[in-house]
Structure formats: structure tokens, C-alpha cells
Design a protein around this ligand. Structure first.
Ligand SMILES: [Cu+2]
Length: 184
């Protein structure tokens, strides 16, 4: 199954669970008739509910957090470093560090199945740095932030022309921000 489809299904199933909980809370918070005793032991029930909720969250986090992109390939030495600087409204890619006032746009080629490190920054506002494959599927992404260098490591499994788009609305020309590189 495609990852995107899996994420979509996961999103809708979690949304349904949340909607059911919200509906249950809504139903159970209707005004009760005065003489009837309402929920028995509300504090104990709330405690059990919170315990189950924290347990579910703990399981979800312990499974998903280690798979966070911040930890993948951290113990590997990158085979190639690509420097990325974003500006309104273009990306600069180079094999050496990019100076703020020296525009540099090099043709980038990275090896397939090797660890590549993108060092991503911005020279003005926040931008997104998102890499798409030839089927227009999002492969990986990070933010381009002024004053920070975000390191994004990835191993490209298939050769081809990869596109870069900005995923953070950054001004009137945001949709013009595109670049590309080749994986060989
Ligand atoms: Cu943008």
C-alpha cells in the first residue's frame, strides 16, 4: 500500500474515533433530570478514561517517534552534502556553502541509494523545502528558516528528476518557487 493512502486511511480512522468521542461527550453532557442520579463515581470514571487515553498516546508515540525523520540516517556519514538557500521566490542549490549576497545555482546530481544531506536555510522569511519524485509524490521535506540550518538526510531509492517546491506560504510569488535536481 502506498504510504499516502495509508496516511489518508489513518487520518480518517483517527478522525472518526475523535468524532465518536466528541459525540459521546456531547450526549453524556445533556442536562439530566433533577431526581435521577447522574454518572456514578464521575471522578473515578474520568481517571480511568484519562489512564486509557494516556496509554493509547504512549503506544502511538513510542511507535511513531523513533520513525521521525529527525532520527533516520543520523549514524551514517553522508556521501554528499547539498547546500540549499531559499529566498523570495526561488531556491539556490550548490555543492558548497552559499553566501547571502552571492546568488548561486548549480546543477545538482546526487547518487542513488547513498545518504545525501541537504543543509537548508533561508535568507529572508520561512519557506518550505519539499522534494517530489517524478510521480509528483512527496518524498521528504523540511523547513527553510532564516538563521537556522536544517539538516535533511535522505537515501533516494530510484533515479530520476526530482522537483523541489515550497510548502510554506511565503508571499505573493510563493507558487513560483521551484527547483530540481537529478538522482543518478
Ligand atoms: Cu513559499
Amino acid at each position: 500500500m502506498k504510504v499516502q493512502l495509508f496516511v489518508l486511511i489513518l487520518f480518517f480512522s483517527s478522525a472518526s474515533v475523535i468524532a465518536l468521542i466528541a459525540y459521546y461527550v456531547f450526549r453524556s453532557s445533556q442536562p439530566t433530570t433533577t431526581n435521577k442520579e447522574s454518572v456514578k463515581d464521575p471522578i473515578k470514571k474520568r481517571g480511568i478514561f484519562l489512564f486509557i487515553w494516556f496509554f493509547i498516546l504512549a503506544v502511538i508515540f513510542s511507535v511513531t517517534l523513533p520513525k521521525s525523520p529527525y532520527y533516520i540516517f543520523t549514524d551514517e556519514t553522508p556521501n554528499q552534502v547539498v547546500y540549499v538557500a531559499a529566498r523570495q521566490f526561488f531556491f539556490m542549490l550548490a555543492n558548497e556553502p552559499i553566501e547571502p549576497n552571492v546568488p548561486k545555482m548549480e546543477k545538482i546530481e546526487v547518487p542513488v541509494n547513498k545518504t545525501v544531506e541537504f543543509r537548508v536555510t533561508s535568507f529572508d522569511v520561512n519557506h518550505g523545502f519539499a522534494i517530489y519524485n517524478e510521480r509528483s509524490e512527496l518524498v521528504t521535506q523540511t523547513q527553510a528558516m532564516p538563521g537556522y540550518v536544517n539538516k535533511l538526510r535522505w537515501k533516494f531509492k530510484e533515479p530520476g528528476n526530482y522537483k523541489i517546491f515550497c510548502l510554506e506560504y511565503c508571499g505573493a510569488g510563493h507558487q513560483l518557487m521551484q527547483s530540481s535536481f537529478v538522482v543518478k
